[in-house]
Design a protein around this ligand. Structure first.
Ligand SMILES: NC(=O)c1ccc[n+]([C@@H]2O[C@H](COP(=O)([O-])OP(=O)(O)OC[C@H]3O[C@@H](n4cnc5c(N)ncnc54)[C@H](O)[C@@H]3O)[C@@H](O)[C@H]2O)c1
Length: 271
């Protein structure tokens, strides 16, 4: 999708951080933007800023972990603009904690937003595009944590590895049908992710956290609008992977080298 102007983007998690950055980058390029967020007021306020700058923007309160709310978001977006060209499944949360201690309700929340948010988004928008014969593009937000894992953030990385795998398969399924798919894998970005528990449903109880380990990296992180500009370059180039932080290359290379070495070892009889 080379010419973005006057096209319609739907961005989830657009009330803050990277989602707001993607929405601002879309407006810079002359796109019309639907901003979805569980924090309806935050989405409204970013939408108002975009409208004041001359863009067309519309906010919709949406909990992406609920299929019916994402379906309603798709319906409202198509009704209002008559088309959607770009879907950014970006809403996400993070929770720290050791894997053997995290409870089913912790997994339910993290996977509910980070993975099911992507699944619900694609289930709501892709069939509409296919039915209408539209060309379109999906960007799913993972993280460098979709290629790297470590202690304390294991649950987060599990959700992001899944988003990488989902998007790799999605891109292959839809390539011949005029729909592109990219996975966004940012590193440290200056957002409110360290305060993600603000949106944890209260009926799930208190979150055991440990998330403070990400706060210093994020405070010095990239400006989210810069991440948004990388996203739009990836959309224009139909790139499967959108990386924004090349300084993670040695760590990711080290992981793949370990995998390749293990594959080599598999050539030797195990006796
Ligand atoms: N900040 C980083 O360093 C970083 C790095 C890699 C990936 N990411 C990913 O970027 C995405 C955006 O996070 P961010 O860093 O901008 O954090 P953020 O907290 O600033 O923004 C996340 C937004 O998602 C919204 N949200 C949370 N739960 C939701 C739900 N159930 N339904 C709809 N909206 C919901 C929040 O209200 C918030 O507006 C996430 O997927 C995150 O995992 C962030």
């Amino acid at each position: 999708m080379e010419d973005l102007s006057n096209r319609v983007a739907v961005v989830t998690g657009a009330g803050s951080g990277i989602g707001a950055g993607i929405a601002r980058a879309c407006a810079e390029r002359g796109m019309h933007v639907v901003l979805a967020d569980i924090e309806g007021d935050a989405a409204e306020s970013v939408a108002a800023e975009l409208v004041a700058s001359g863009a067309t923007a519309h906010a919709v309160r949406t909990d992406v972990s609920r299929a019916e709310e994402v379906e309603a978001l798709a319906e409202e977006s198509f009704d209002r603009f008559g088309r959607v060209d770009l879907l950014c499944n970006n809403a996400g949360v993070a929770q720290g904690g050791t894997l053997h201690e995290l409870r089913p309700e912790d997994w339910q929340w993290t996977l509910g937003v980070n993975l099911y948010g992507v699944i619900h988004g694609c289930r709501a928008f892709v069939p509409r595009w296919l039915e209408r014969g539209d060309r379109a593009h999906v960007v799913n937000t993972a993280s460098v944590g979709g290629f790297l894992s470590g202690p304390v953030l294991g649950m987060y990385s599990t959700s992001k590895f899944a988003v990488v795998a989902y998007t790799e398969a999605l891109a292959q399924e839809l390539a011949e049908r005029g729909i592109g798919a990219s996975v966004l894998c940012p590193g440290w970005t200056n957002t409110n992710l360290g305060k993600a528990s603000r949106n944890r449903p209260s009926d799930l109880g208190t979150a055991p956290d440990g998330l403070e380990i990400i706060t210093p990296g994020m405070a010095e992180g990239m400006d989210p609008v810069e991440v948004g500009r990388h996203v739009l370059r990836g959309v224009r180039e139909n790139a499967l992977y959108i990386f924004t932080h090349p300084e993670f290359a040695p760590l990711i290379a080290e992981r793949f080298e370990k995998v390749l070495a293990a594959l080599e070892r598999g050539k030797e009889p195990p006796a």
